[in-house]
Design a protein around this ligand. Sequence first.
Ligand SMILES: Cc1ncc(COP(=O)(O)O)c(C=O)c1O
Length: 494
Amino acid sequence: METLSKPILVSGSSVGPLEVHYTADAAQTGWNEKCFDYIKRFERTVCEALGVRYAVATPSCTTALQLSLLTIGVKAGDEVILPDSTWVATANAVSYTGATPVFVDVCEDDWTMDPDAVERAITTKTKAIIPVHLYGHPCKMDRINAIAKARGLYVIEDAAQSMGSLYHGRYAGSLGDMACFSFHGSKIVVMGEGGVFTTNDEKLYDRAKFLADVAKHPTKRFFNDEIGYKFRLSNLQAAFGTAQMERLEEIVAKKRQVFQWYQEELDGIEGLTLNPELPGIRNNYWMVTPVLDERWGHDAEWLLAELGKCAISGRPFFYRITDFPMYQKFRREPTPVAQQLHERGLNLPCGAELTREEIRYVCAHLRSILTGEQCPHPITGWLARREHFFKEKHAFSDIEFIAPDFHTMDCEISLKETGELTPELLDSVHEKLGFRRLFIRTRDTDNVRLNRLGFVEHQRIPMVQEAGSAEPLELFRQPYADIHTYEIIFVRVF
Ligand SMILES: Cc1ncc(COP(=O)(O)O)c(C=O)c1O
């Protein structure tokens, strides 16, 4: 690839004429007596595709998770076991019910919930277990189901990331008592936002359907005798989602192809491991996720920043949920595997429609960053133009281009000033760079861990402060009183 006309984003959906056709049809005809047609069709399609008996369409996977907990009456005083490595929504859904989340570590071999840790975490208060099929790899469901069965616990699969993955020939999401999927724009199948709850149990289905539709009285119209929830999906979104579900196998095949290309392009780089796929599993490879081993002497955050300079967008491996301030107090056992994965793992661009050429570009830069080999694909085009803009047009020659936010096209640049962060300095930067809006973040250059720490404590410490207001200095100084050098990071909002 000679030039890169736009950044390579970390995720990307596959949308074709079928989605357009169904959505246009829903827009034209899906009203009045037909206003639920695509919702019903979507739910049927999910059931047929996954081999489950019942489905309830929801506005998101978060709501589906909350719904599944409400369906079994989880409430304050109960405990729910979940992995420490996941997206925050899994834990939030538990919190919404008032129950206590109990976090366990994940296994090294598949990055999913460790069944031994689950066994250790069970108490008399435990009501349910939420295995998360992380990055598309199904959990060790035989063991988790057996543990749950022996103790009379419910298993709710968080299958947000695992649409189309297989566990010994059965689809993820058909393996526990209930399951929840996401159709968020970054997922394998998308609607922008959307979700679905599935189960094979008629009683759980009836209860979930009832609660999700404001607990309508079964016989008395417009009468309610219980507080229900408005967890319904719109017919328009369902039309789009129906098309995506009809194309599920095609989209999974594309994702697996993307992963295979990565395997081929990265072959031979030692100390870099890609997503696992244990025997009996078909991983949908939702996110291509290399994990660096310690020989590189760098963590994933560094690699993400380096890739960002080449217009390659990535994401960190999920944080441990117990590293977030609101969940710290729930840490019971250490979770070192989850911690290592966060520090050493990252997601590479893996949209379903990526071309081999784009993957070659990503891998060539990755290889060059790690090994120092000459990269045959120079950074040109969009990124080079932008770098030139900052270096030539403005007075700061020592500006380092960090990483643009490739979705919003905001651009983050770092000025390696250290020392006093004075109002005069802020004013001069504002003037010279002429930003429409300028945000300033501080980072402790003596202590590389502060960035993470600052993030963790972001509710207490405002990391981002708009310039021009009188307060920023006080706000920065107060919490960082013991820190004497700053790196100032400016974010230009285009
Ligand atoms: C593991 C996991 N659970 C739950 C969710 C929540 O999904 P949604 O955004 O559809 O609410 C996500 C979304 O990324 C997820 O990755």
